[in-house]
Design a protein around this ligand. Structure first.
Ligand code: 8YV
Length: 327
């Protein structure tokens, strides 16, 4: 009997065709109350699950006795119960590397947009309000030569740091659980503790994964330590920042602005005070959202699923111990 796969969102025909050659595929373009029963029904027989923004709970896992592999089309997996999956011997595959540079581009777009007030001033022109010389009240801040603080020097953090150091002559400070000597040599980056990083940085870029340790890592105390001109950039997960404290810090002028690709709740509420602030640039979680990168993520997720369901080692697995136990 052919193995069965459930595909949720985000796969185009080309990727689905690759799966259909090998497996029976049940597709769900979106999930909601209307198709919940059909989804559960499909999961009862599924060996593999692939998709983006997957939500899985214990109850669904109980209903999925044959499930062996989950292939998420994302590098982050904070939305999935990793320990529970590992205990049940379910392999989790994700899509690192292929989105690193694109997500770093998004981070840098936010740095440039906030510092040079790109969105605010472009809007001014479009609304016909460019009436004369742009003077001091509308001036921005330099990016080149400034101090770039990276919280979480993983693949994406390093790619942002590289852009800053090599492209914009920025001095890089970073906080990370382990030192990164190669990056220190390549970029002149200096590892420091969080307090130093917050006090010295003109741009504080968050690129840590969301875990229980990083949940609301940046809150009121952190904002008090930052320069009043500093700009917070978040390309990780909204919940790494205490959003209420961020709103207070911006209202009180404790920091200079924020460039946010991610929010505590997504989509962010249209009533969020953040959306009224001219010194906040808000994006709809587009870190990896380019044609090229989303295609590469989908292909990697498909490759992972096929390899894993065929009993081979996938290209990227999160809980490799599940695999090791089987090989
Ligand atoms: C995803 C992301 O598109 O990969 C990640 O972790 O944040 C994005 O690239 C998003 O998680 C939805 O799947």
């Amino acid at each position: 009997m052919n193995k069965r796969v459930v595909a949720v969102r985000r796969l185009d025909e080309n990727h689905l065709a690759q799966l259909r050659q090998l497996f029976h595929v049940d597709c769900f373009d979106s999930l909601g109350p209307d198709n919940e029963q059909a989804y559960i029904q499909a999961m009862r027989r599924a060996h593999g699950l692939i998709g983006g923004k997957l939500t899985i709970n214990r109850q669904l896992l109980d209903e999925s006795p044959h499930l062996k592999v989950i292939s998420t089309i994302s590098v982050g997996y904070d939305n999935l119960p990793l320990d529970e999956l590992t205990q049940r011997g379910i392999l989790l595959c994700n899509t690192p590397d292929v989105l690193t540079e694109t997500t770093a581009d998004t981070g840098f777009a936010l740095i440039m947009a906030t510092a040079r007030r790109v969105v605010e001033l472009a809007e001014l022109v479009k609304q016909g309000n460019w009436l004369g010389h742009i003077d001091k009240p509308l001036f921005g801040l330099d990016v080149h030569g400034k101090v770039l603080g990276i919280i979480g020097m993983g693949r994406i953090g390093a790619a942002v740091a590289r852009r800053g150091a090599l492209g914009f002559g920025m001095r890089v400070r970073y906080s990370n659980s382990s030192p990164k000597p190669a990056l220190e040599t390549e970029l002149g980056a200096q590892r420091c503790d969080m307090d130093e990083l917050l006090a010295q940085s003109d741009f504080v870029c968050i690129s840590v994964p969301l875990t229980t340790e990083t949940h609301q890592l940046i809150g009121a105390e952190a904002f008090r330590k930052m320069k009043s001109s500093a700009i917070l950039i978040n390309i990780s997960r909204g919940k790494v920042v205490d959003e209420a404290a961020l709103i207070d810090a911006l209202n009180e002028g404790q920091i200079g602005g924020a460039g946010l690709d991610v929010f505590e709740e997504e989509p962010v509420s249209r009533d969020s005070p953040l959306l009224q602030m001219t010194n906040v640039v808000a994006l709809p979680h587009i870190g990896s959202a380019t044609h090229e990168t989303r295609a590469a993520m989908a292909q990697l997720a498909v490759d992972n699923l096929i390899l894993a369901l065929q009993g081979e080692w996938p290209k990227s697995a999160v809980n490799e111990q599940v695999l090791a136990a089987k090989h």
